[in-house]
Design a protein around this ligand. Structure first.
Ligand SMILES: Nc1ccn([C@@H]2O[C@H](COP(=O)(O)O)[C@@H](O)[C@H]2O)c(=O)n1
Length: 280
C-alpha cells in the first residue's frame, strides 16, 4: 500500500495547516493512528509509528507500509491518547521517543499507568483516564472516555477498564475514536446523547481463525456503519485496516455496504499520510 505523504513533507504540511475555529484537520497514520489539529492544538490518537509489534512477535506482524511520520516528528504534539495496551495502539517505542518532548502529555487508561511509568514516562507527563471520566484539556478541548469491548470488557483489580474509546470535543466539533471494540447496545446509548459529528470505528472484524492466533476482534464494516447510523454521526471514518494483512478487511466492502444501505451517509476513507479537513 502506498503512503500518500510522509516524512518532512508531511511534517511541513502539519505545521503549515491553519484552520478556522469551526474546522479541524485529521491525518491518518495507519491502523487507528490519527493526528488531529484544531486551532493550535495537536492531539495524537493511538500512534503506532515504529515496527515494534514485529520486533516483539516476528512474522506475520510486519507493516504493510512505512509509518508516514517518525516519533521524532511528533514532539510538538500536545496530547498523545492511547486506547489500550496492544502494541499497535500503545507502542512503547513511539511513546518513549515522543516522551523526550517537554511539551507532550500522555493520556492512557488508568489501568496502564504503571506500565508506561516502567517504560520511562514521568509522572508529570502522564494523565490516567477511566471509563466515564472527562478531562478539560484547555482552549475548549475536552476528552471523555468510554469503556470498549475488545470482544469483552476487561478490568484490572481496581475495576479500571483496560479498553477505552474517546469522545473528543474540539469546541463544537465532536469526534468519537472508538479504540478497539465490538458493537454493544450501551455504547450506542452513551454516544447517542453526545451528538457525535465524526465517528471513527474499526472495520477489521473478528473470526475464530484469528481468535486461535490470539488476535482479538473488533467491529466489522457492517457494525461500524450501523453504529454510525444509530448515533447519527455526520461523517464515518473506517479504521484498523491495511496495516497487517493477516488482520485486515477490504475497505471497499465498507464502502459498498454504506453505498447500498445508506447512500446519503458521508464517509472518508484515508490513504496513510493523507490530510482531511472537516468543517462543521
Ligand atoms: N500472536 C499474536 C496475537 C496478537 N498479538 C497482539 O495483538 C495486537 C493486534 O491486535 P489489535 O486488535 O489490538 O490491533 C498486536 O499489537 C499484538 O500486540 C501478538 O503480538 N501476537
Amino acid at each position: 500500500m502506498k503512503v500518500y505523504k510522509s516524512g518532512k513533507a508531511l511534517e511541513h504540511q502539519i505545521a503549515q495547516t491553519e484552520l478556522p475555529e469551526q474546522a479541524l484537520a485529521l491525518w491518518a497514520l495507519g491502523q487507528e493512528g490519527f493526528l488531529v489539529k484544531w486551532k493550535q492544538k495537536m492531539i495524537l490518537f493511538d500512534p503506532y509509528l515504529t515496527n515494534w509489534v514485529y520486533e516483539l512477535s516476528g512474522s506475520p506482524w510486519s507493516r504493510a507500509f512505512e509509518s508516514p511520520l517518525q516519533p521524532s516528528q511528533c514532539l510538538d504534539v500536545d496530547y498523545v491518547v492511547c486506547s489500550h495496551h496492544h502494541e499497535d495502539h500503545m507502542d512503547k517505542l513511539t511513546l518513549q521517543a515522543i516522551g523526550q518532548s517537554s511539551k507532550t502529555k500522555f493520556i492512557v487508561p488508568k489501568a496502564h499507568l504503571s506500565l508506561v511509568k516502567e517504560w520511562g514516562l514521568r509522572d508529570e507527563q502522564l494523565i490516567g483516564i477511566s471509563h466515564g471520566q472527562s478531562l478539560e484539556l484547555g482552549d475548549g478541548l475536552k476528552l471523555e472516555a468510554f469503556a470498549a469491548k475488545h470482544e469483552q470488557f476487561e478490568q484490572d483489580e481496581a475495576g479500571e477498564h483496560k479498553y477505552l474509546g474517546f469522545a473528543a470535543y474540539f469546541g463544537s466539533i465532536r469526534l468519537y475514536h472508538s479504540g478497539d471494540t465490538i458493537g454493544f447496545p450501551e455504547l450506542v446509548t452513551w454516544l447517542q446523547s453526545r451528538q457525535i459529528d465524526i465517528a471513527m470505528l474499526p472495520i477489521n472484524g473478528r473470526d475464530f481463525v484469528r481468535n486461535e492466533q490470539g488476535i482479538v476482534g473488533n467491529t466489522n464494516y457492517r457494525e461500524a456503519v450501523e453504529i454510525a447510523v444509530q448515533i447519527n454521526a455526520d461523517l464515518l471514518i473506517p479504521m484498523h485496516y491495511g496495516l497487517f494483512p493477516h488482520n485486515d478487511e477490504n475497505p471497499a466492502y465498507f464502502v459498498d455496504y454504506l453505498y447500498r444501505n445508506y447512500p446519503a451517509k458521508k464517509f472518508h476513507m484515508f490513504a496513510p499520510g493523507e490530510r482531511f479537513i472537516y468543517m462543521k
